[in-house]
Design a protein around this ligand. Sequence first.
Ligand SMILES: Cc1cc2nc3c(=O)[nH]c(=O)nc-3n(C[C@H](O)[C@H](O)[C@H](O)COP(=O)(O)OP(=O)(O)OC[C@H]3O[C@@H](n4cnc5c(N)ncnc54)[C@H](O)[C@@H]3O)c2cc1C
Length: 150
Amino acid sequence: MPDLSRRVALVVEDDGPAPITIADHLAGLGHEVTMIFQTPGPAPLVGKYSVGSMLARLDLGGVRLVPLARVVDIDGGTLTLAHSYSMRRWTVDGFDSVVLACGSVGDDALYREVKRQHPDVRLLGDAYAPRRMVFATRQAWELALALALG
Ligand SMILES: Cc1cc2nc3c(=O)[nH]c(=O)nc-3n(C[C@H](O)[C@H](O)[C@H](O)COP(=O)(O)OP(=O)(O)OC[C@H]3O[C@@H](n4cnc5c(N)ncnc54)[C@H](O)[C@@H]3O)c2cc1C
């Protein structure tokens, strides 16, 4: 993790759990974190029975939440935000660092390495495309079925 100063703006463009984990991590390191996201609540893809403990940690870590806001400009420590629906603009300032949590890309380096030595290697799960666990297990199930059926 590169050096970050105290007041961190966390720009979220990822509906999964990773941005919450980043906010929690930074708060745990003593940063004042402000999480800015476009949806009414953070991490809408995290199930309602899972997200509670994550939100508890953000609350206890003093993480400030700014919902329904899209970052349209970053000028030093000042961010210009636009409301997700009305497009109304406003600024928030006083930040020392800006962290972007804007999605993930699959890491298929191991697949490509092994494929050079074996003719039949398959790529599954988050290495194929980062999603939820059910996608990885469903892909694995379907591959196992296809292999069993020949
Ligand atoms: C913070 C966070 C929270 C999440 N919460 C949820 C949730 O609540 N519900 C949900 O459904 N999904 C959740 N997910 C997504 C879920 O974890 C993934 O979709 C799932 O784990 C993908 O499974 P996988 O087997 O493809 O990859 P992984 O679970 O990442 O397994 C890949 C494994 O390969 C190992 N590996 C990688 N490279 C090498 C190498 N070169 N040599 C040897 N080993 C290697 C890794 O160490 C790892 O153990 C979450 C993800 C994150 C990041």
